[in-house]
Design a protein around this ligand. Structure first.
Ligand code: ADP
Ligand code: GLC
Length: 480
């Protein structure tokens, strides 16, 4: 099949979260299955500066109608691996900036303009290439207008650009909601600006377009597929999602073992495997040193790697300060994001500098060292569509402490509830729920043989993308 992915992030070129990992790994796994895969991505500055993109070839210039303007852009292509091409939609005005979505303080004010342009340029590029795709698979709100625009362009030009479209919700909390006047920039017919289109409480909601107009809708775990049909997790779109319940499926992401595998991970000071865990100790010692803790520390080390957003339950960790103060433990936090959370984590470090370490930045190597060097990985998310770190930590023999939401439920088994199969510790996403799991973590750590068993079971799990890619493949075929 000819499969086109449209996304706003792609590892290793631009990443703010799991979307980048998921799209890159899925594209690669589909190529491994013999498909021809093209990924459309905005030509951000960071991407153009990447060595792989240096030799990108311009395939065409294009002009898109946006409101009353005609905006020009160009598409550049390179191939990061056999079977996959990356198509960069370039326009300096929109994408030659430091961040993908904002300047670190807040989102760019013209994000609607930027991603409407991106979506239109993708459709125009598919038209100019005159090579119809079997599947056009769009990810999250930044690409969610593509299914709508594509059918519109097909009618207008009398061509077939895609046999079927798929829209994946990676996180329904981010919907691309903009003032109603923005609608004019889509040049879509007024009928799309209605309640059964992208109109949303006198504004427009781009994600709604993807949910309503794609042939199939997916999200990134079975549990989240259920949750987003409820008011508690649907973020106002639960009713809309319900209308597509028959076409909705939750497919869990996988782990890209070329990047996340402790036996081959070049970002670690030492490698290890279930048969020989000595390297994990080396990683732990290195992590303790890096954090300025004594390398000889013998107690449990807890780690966090996360976007600092309310979603990730950082507030629950902070509300459990006393636990970290009163027990002989260490806590390492790597993350950047919301200013409020960064400030509060900093304040926590000032209270307990000998026990808590905070790296307020994006740091790929450090994220691997934390996964490898910790004993427990904390992920008390308030909601979690899929979550990747709880899978990475199991693969790295680090026991996840995760809340009972979304993809965490589908990927972690509580070791106290299921002593035979358990791979982690689950909690309710509340302060007391987390405290209970933290205390159970202490008990597990104190029981070395049982701790080792739980680690080994996590490491033995198969989270490979093979299964996930097969599931997408089946979905594509079914829809065709
Ligand atoms: P989300 O996509 O909601 O942020 P996921 O668990 O799916 O959550 O994916 C997060 C990804 O981003 C993981 O690969 C994680 O290692 C990475 N990540 C998050 N914060 C950082 C950071 N500060 N430095 C490096 N990697 C990070
Ligand atoms: C989103 C979700 C996360 C998921 C990732 C990749 O960022 O927050 O749970 O793992 O997308 O699908």
């Amino acid at each position: 099949m000819k499969i086109v992915h449209v996304a706003s992030e792609l590892f290793p070129y631009v990443k703010t979260g799991g979307l980048a990992d998921a799209v890159a790994a899925l594209a690669g796994a589909l190529a491994d299955r013999g498909h021809e895969v093209a990924v459309y991505l905005p030509g951000y500055r960071v991407v153009l500066e990447h060595k792989d993109a240096a030799g990108a070839e311009r395939t065409h210039r294009l002009k898109v109608e946006q409101g009353t303007d005609f905006l020009s852009g160009e598409v550049r292509v390179f191939s990061p691996r056999p079977g996959v091409t990356v198509h960069l939609v370039c326009r300096e005005e929109f994408f030659d900036r430091r961040g993908a979505y904002g300047n670190g303080e807040r989102d760019y004010e013209d994000n609607a303009e930027r991603f409407i342009f991106f979506s239109k340029a993708v459709v125009e590029s598919l038209r100019l290439a005159e090579a119809g795709a079997d599947i056009v698979h769009c990810h999250d709100w930044q690409a969610s207008l593509v299914p709508v625009l594509l059918r519109q362009a097909e009618r207008r030009h009398g061509v077939t650009l895609a046999l079927k479209t798929v829209f994946t919700i990676h996180n329904i909390a981010y919907q691309g909601v903009f003032p109603s006047r923005t609608f004019a920039r889509t040049n879509l017919p007024e009928e799309v600006n209605q309640i059964d289109g992208i109109e949303y409480y006198s504004q427009i909601n781009l994600m709604k377009g993807g949910i309503l107009f794609a042939d199939r809708v997916t999200t990134v775990s079975p549990r989240y597929a259920q949750e987003i049909q409820t008011p508690e997790f649907g973020c106002g779109l639960d009713g809309v999602v319900q209308t597509r319940a028959d076409d909705l499926v939750g497919l869990i992401n996988g782990v890209d073992s070329a990047i996340w595998n402790p036996a081959t991970d070049e970002l670690l000071p030492a490698r290890y495997s279930p048969q020989n865990m000595a390297g994990k100790k080396v990683c732990r010692t290195e992590l303790l040193k890096r954090c300025g803790f004594g390398a000889g520390f013998k107690g449990p080390v807890f780690g966090v790697v996360a976007r600092l957003a309310a979603q990730k339950g950082i507030d629950l960790i902070l509300a459990n300060r006393d636990f970290f103060q009163s027990n002989d433990v260490r806590l390492v936090i790597l993350g950047s994001g919301e200013r409020r959370l960064e400030d509060e984590v900093r304040a926590f470090v000032r209270e307990a500098p000998a026990k808590v370490h905070f790296s307020p930045r994006l740091d790929e190597a450090m994220s691997h060292l934390i996964e490898a060097g910790c004993d427990f990985f904390l992920m008390p998310s308030v909601f979690e569509p899929c979550g990747l770190n709880q899978m990475y930590s199991q693969v790295y023999g680090t026991v996840p402490v995760a809340s009972r939401v979304g993809g965490l439920v589908d990927t972690v088994i509580d070791a106290d509830e299921d002593p035979i199969r358990g791979t982690g510790l689950m909690c309710e996403p509340t302060t007391s729920g987390l405290l209970d799991a933290l205390q159970r973590a202490l008990a597990l750590f104190a029981d070395a043989p049982r701790h080792a068993q739980v680690q080994q079971r996590g490491m033995a799990r198969d989270f490979s993308w093979k299964a996930a890619a097969e599931a997408y493949d089946r979905l594509y075929l079914e829809s065709l």
